[in-house]
Write a protein of this length. Structure first.
Lengths: 595, 274
């Protein structure tokens, strides 16, 4: 149990409390808890006064009843009989006189002030001491599902912060005057303000603050790589661990959703301005939300039967529960955004046909063409692309086969090729689908794993094995064409390549066979060709992704904008959201400029 | 939601024809393209190539054989019922141009897909010789429709209960010997049939197109489940196909890949019966 409990400046505490003069303790044990006892003077009478152990209200036990708004005349240490009133530091709220006590926190004695007006709850530290205490609070870890239990279910692994932990964590924020974290956020959420609102227990206002910039807080709080973004800029990170901004965002968003506080804002419609969004992934949803808020009539076209893009087909249930994505999309629909499922742009409508009916088009179709290494045996049975495996399990809910009709692939010893977040998702999913041994095969060392540290740690906790500095050469099949092993070669790291990571070089003659009955290839995705079939005039770069102007996300076609993975190649949810926002602003400017 | 406008049972109730109201898809879909449908919330996504389309009525026609859980579920639906999701058009359309004489070969439910292709071939001004086959008379579908759109029609049954006795490859051999003006062969049906047709036409150096039906989920190139080896290179049937030059296709691999879920399909069917 921690010996402190901080609510921003309001100290609730079971701390030992001492006289500033004689350093004798004021704490008195009474029944089950400590109370803090003083001698007090009130209306010229001596009396005993007991303060609640939380130091936030006077619980008077005396013969003389104290009236509301009366100020105690004196507060005296029962041991040394000296007054502990501090005349230099009046209450910051009501200006009444205050008393000073000494509290111990982190084996340090710190002066602490209490307002003597009955009914006023102010008490505080000096700024410097407050800072000292904040710096001493360790980063709060989210409680998680038990490691052994969680591999048997698809429920979310972290439970999220409790209110107490969130208050404690938010209390760590130093409220910098020029906050660096905001620069680290691709959508520039006002992080210090929402964190401050948490410390003030105004969770609903904190949620509103986040929603000003981010329409998918519950999603981002879970899947953003905060350690590379906002949290990497936090000044606390220089000497210790940064504030857990992502966990706090998640806490606020979950609170908002569970308490049903999500409000639909009033929107003033701009007549006859229609925008089509292609793809309902994070980028498309952000662009759609921003434009809807600005008053445009927005229609989202989604190729699959469910909206959400990678959030529903890619990221597993135990990392991002689908009910959260559904709630966010429901919110968009309530705002007036139209959603056309089962509509493949490129096949059902061309981009030019969309332009006949819409003033502008945003393309956020993602990078959905799975890549293979083009080595022998890749078409053997039970060799899957990560996309196929995850789509089966997540979107089609094959993990609940046969209740759901989509067959669940069966693998006992599973080899996952690749070291990114998708590879971790594949590995952890296959473990939950009943595999007895899962091994990640990655060609560089652990340091270069592109996955988030959190995901790697979770995978390791769950017993996923890592064969690092190893690359597959070919897959070996049995007589009925099912995979039975993967031949690998060991690698060593050479000089850094253009990505700055050291280039892996195969060690000749180090080949060995890893026995497995399922292989999941998670080495990345390329651009999906479907949308280009009917829009050959969309200019593309040398990798086949759409070329855009990075300031406006405008493509080579007028009124057509693009963003997310179809522009950058595989990246993160929040980066796609940032692109969606940039495009929304550019579309707004463009369409307003027309008039 | 997509309404089933008309239902027709064929081949003793083992093959079903649905006309589905899907006006947007009907406007766009071309011969050789397919749709993916999902019957209900817990359903799987299955690809079905479209047999016919009525642009004015806004319907597409699918014909399928009842082989597993999903097709059995589909059979239980009647006209007026709804299918949850229908998405399309998917895949590349059949390459249709005037080449002269075309032999179109269909087996089993492959005749349904062939029907759409032959219609387009005929419209393009080709002389179309159709060879259709089935196990027995009762299993043969669309012979009247095929008769209407083909310049010549040969019907084959394995047991000789209708038309001629034998396989569709028999008259093919005969035509190749007799006619020198054949420019293209289109073969759609069971893998083994397409494989055998390709063996014959390969010898005669005749361009042959086949339509493949591998396991698929999304149908937009996203999952890669429909990988087929064509001319030594892996292709995605959903975006690169479903029509390929038959001589390049690795049919053996396709057959093995299509048997990947036999166990689960059985489990699924048993589960639904229970």
């Amino acid at each position: 149990m921690l010996d402190y409990d901080v609510k921003y400046l309001k100290f609730k505490t079971y701390l030992n409390t001492y006289c500033p003069h004689c350093h004798n303790s004021f704490n008195v044990k009474q029944k089950d808890h400590d109370v803090i006892a003083f001698k007090a003077k009130y209306k010229n009478q001596d009396m005993d006064l007991k303060l609640s152990p939380y130091l936030d209200v006077f619980e008077v036990e005396s013969s003389v009843p104290i009236e509301q708004d009366d100020v105690l005349e004196d507060l005296i240490c029962p041991s040394c009989k000296k007054s502990i009133i501090d005349h230099n530091r009046p209450c910051e709220e009501c200006g009444s006189q205050s008393a000073q006590v000494i509290i111990s926190a982190y084996s340090k004695l710190i002066p602490f002030f209490i307002c003597l007006k009955y009914g006023c709850e102010w008490h505080g530290l000096t700024k410097a001491d407050e800072r000292t205490i904040k710096l001493k609070i360790p980063r709060q870890e989210m409680p998680e599902q038990d490691q052994k239990l969680r591999v048997q279910n698809f429920m979310e692994v972290p439970y999220g912060l409790t209110t107490e932990l969130a208050l404690l964590e938010a209390g760590r924020c130093l409220q910098c005057k020029t906050p660096k974290c905001v620069d680290g956020c691709p959508v520039n959420i006002d992080i210090p303000t929402f964190v401050r609102l948490i410390t003030e227990e105004k969770f609903d206002e904190a949620a509103k603050k986040i929603r000003e910039r981010n329409i998918l807080p519950a999603v981002c709080g879970r899947v953003c790589p905060q350690e590379d973004q906002c949290e990497s800029k936090c000044v606390l990170g220089l000497r210790d661990n940064p504030v857990a901004i992502g966990n706090l965002e998640r806490f606020v968003a979950d609170y908002e959703r569970k308490m049903d506080l999500v409000k639909i804002p009033a929107i003033k419609k701009i007549p006859n301005k229609r925008v089509a969004i292609v793809g309902s992934g994070p980028g498309g949803l952000t662009c759609a939300a921003d434009l809807t808020l600005l008053g445009y009539s927005v229609t989202i076209f989604e190729a699959l039967h469910q909206a959400g893009g990678v959030l529903v087909y890619g990221i597993p249930e135990f990392r991002l529960p689908k009910s959260i994505v559904d709630a966010e999309i429901e919110y968009l629909k309530k705002m007036g955004c139209k959603l056309e499922l089962n509509s493949i742009i490129g096949n059902l409508y061309t981009v030019d046909e969309l332009l006949e009916n819409f003033n502008a088009v945003y393309i956020g179709v993602g990078a959905g063409l799975p890549q293979f290494m083009n080595i022998e045996g890749e078409n053997l049975n039970n060799v899957f692309s990560a996309n196929e495996y995850l789509t089966r399990i997540n979107l089609m809910k094959a993990y609940r086969f046969p209740e759901y009709d989509t067959p669940k692939p069966i693998g006992n010893r599973v080899a996952v090729i690749g070291g990114g977040n998708v590879a971790m998702d594949c590995a952890r999913t296959s473990l939950r689908c009943g595999a007895s041994e899962v091994t990640i095969i990655y060609r560089r060392s652990r340091k270069e794993l592109p996955a988030r540290e959190e995901e790697v740690v979770h995978a390791e906790q769950e017993g996923i094995k890592f064969k690092l500095l190893t690359n597959p050469v070919r897959y070996i099949g049995n007589d009925i064409n099912w995979v039975k092993g993967v031949e690998c070669v060991s690698m060593q790291l050479g000089e850094p390549d253009e990505s700055g990571r050291r280039r892996p070089i195969p060690i000749e003659g180090s080949n060995f066979v890893y026995d497995c009955d399922m292989v999941l290839v998670a080495i990345g995705n390329g651009p999906n060709p479907v949308i280009f079939n009917t829009a050959p005039d969309l200019e593309r770069n040398k990798w086949g992704y759409i070329k855009v102007d990075p300031d406006t996300m405008r493509t080579s076609k007028e009124f057509v904008y693009g963003g997310g993975d179809i522009v950058t190649g595989s990246a993160t949810v929040i980066q796609a959201m940032g692109a969606g926002r940039t495009a929304a602003n550019a579309i707004h400017k463009k369409l307003m400029g027309e008039n | 939601m997509f309404e089933i406008v008309r239902k027709q049972e064929m081949a003793k109730g083992t093959i079903i024809r649905f006309d589905i109201a899907a006006p947007k898809i009907a406007q766009k879909i071309l011969a050789g393209q397919f749709v993916i449908l999902r019957v209900n919330e817990t359903g799987e996504r299955i690809p079905i190539t479209v047999a016919d389309v009525d642009k004015f009525g806004g319907t597409i026609t699918i014909i399928f054989q009842v082989v597993g859980k999903t097709t059995a579920l589909l059979r239980s639906l009647d006209a007026g019922h709804f299918i949850k999701d229908v998405v399309g058009p998917l895949g590349k359309p059949a390459h249709v141009e005037k080449v002269g004489t075309v032999i179109a070969i269909g087996g089993g439910t492959g005749i349904a897909i062939l029907h759409h292709v032959v219609k387009a071939m005929k419209d393009a001004g080709n002389f179309v010789i159709s060879i259709i086959g089935a196990r027995e008379k009762d299993m043969l579908i669309l012979q009247d429709e095929m008769n209407l759109i083909s310049d010549e029609l040969v019907i084959m049954t394995d047991d000789g209960s209708f038309g001629q006795r034998g396989f569709v490859t028999d008259p093919l051999k005969k035509y190749i010997q007799e006619r020198s003006d054949i420019k293209l062969v289109y073969a759609i049906g069971p893998i083994i049939m397409m494989k055998n047709v390709c063996k014959i036409t390969d010898k005669a150096n005749l361009k042959t197109m086949v339509s493949l039906n591998p396991v698929m989920i999304d149908g937009t190139g996203m999952c890669g489940g429909c990988r087929v080896k064509v001319a030594g290179r892996t292709q995605f049937c959903c975006v690169d196909g479903p029509d390929f030059i038959g001589h390049d296709v690795d049919f053996d691999e396709l057959e093995k890949r299509n048997s990947m879920y036999l166990k689960q399909e059985k489990d699924s069917l048993l589960f639904s019966i229970r």
